[in-house]
Design a protein around this ligand. Sequence first.
Ligand code: GUN
Length: 294
Amino acid sequence: MTASIIDGKIISAEVRAEAKLEVERFTELYKTKPCLAVVLVGENPASQVYVRTKSKMAKEIGMDVEDHIKQKDISEEDLIGIIYELNNNKRVNGILVQLPLPDHIDSRVIIDAIDPKKDADGFHALNVGRNSIGGDLLKKSFVPCTPLGCFLMLKRSVPNLAGMHAVIIGRSNIVGKPMAQLLLEESCTVTIVHSKTKDLETITRQADILVAAVGKPLMVKADWIKSGAIVIDVGINRVESLDDTSKTKLVGDVDFANAINIASAITPVPGGVGPMTIACLLKNTVEAAFRQQN
Ligand code: GUN
């Protein structure tokens, strides 16, 4: 079997096109553009790239973007002050604080300082709680962008996920846990495995849907995958290129070259989950803008 490729570039372009239409509708109705505030602390090169890309793509679909770039030694108190200003600024509809933050700042304190109605990342405790309760409350919450992107890709492959066994590798608050909530809401049987799980491969081999979100290059081997499974690879790992050791390349958490012969559908890296994350951020931001008007 050769798996079909779930193309994040194509699906994310569709999600961005839908968000663009919503931005136009909002701008026409309220005579102002939806606005995303992006907060970056310090000089983490990967974070700088992410933030630049997010700002660029938001502008491309007609949103306003405010970049707030802060020195790495900013105090937690001062950063909270910036968040409060953004909360009170009526022009700002969505707030994103790029993670990780420097060690002297408690990320949870900063995230929970964000107005939950402007929490474009869906990381605020209130949104996490609503996502966990599910049902109608999901409509009032914001779902974290990476799991939402994975979920939209999965639904393209299999519209009805009920009864499928989903195994998620990784228990992070950004991906693993919210992904589990989304799949439970779809009536999947969900297992989360992590670094302390015994006999991990035995469990992954039972998965109809396998989501890898660990950040370990090529960790998931082809023989960890059940024949015909759908594989979603969240990993974005930069490694030395085998062809030319002076160069680097991006690989996922899954050994794609071999997994493609076992799975029925698989996301590539790059060009899979990555582009979906930003598209979902735009979707959440314009949704936030509309909700704030009602
Ligand atoms: N760092 C890694 N992923 C994310 C994300 O989805 N949102 C934010 N704010 N920071 C991140």
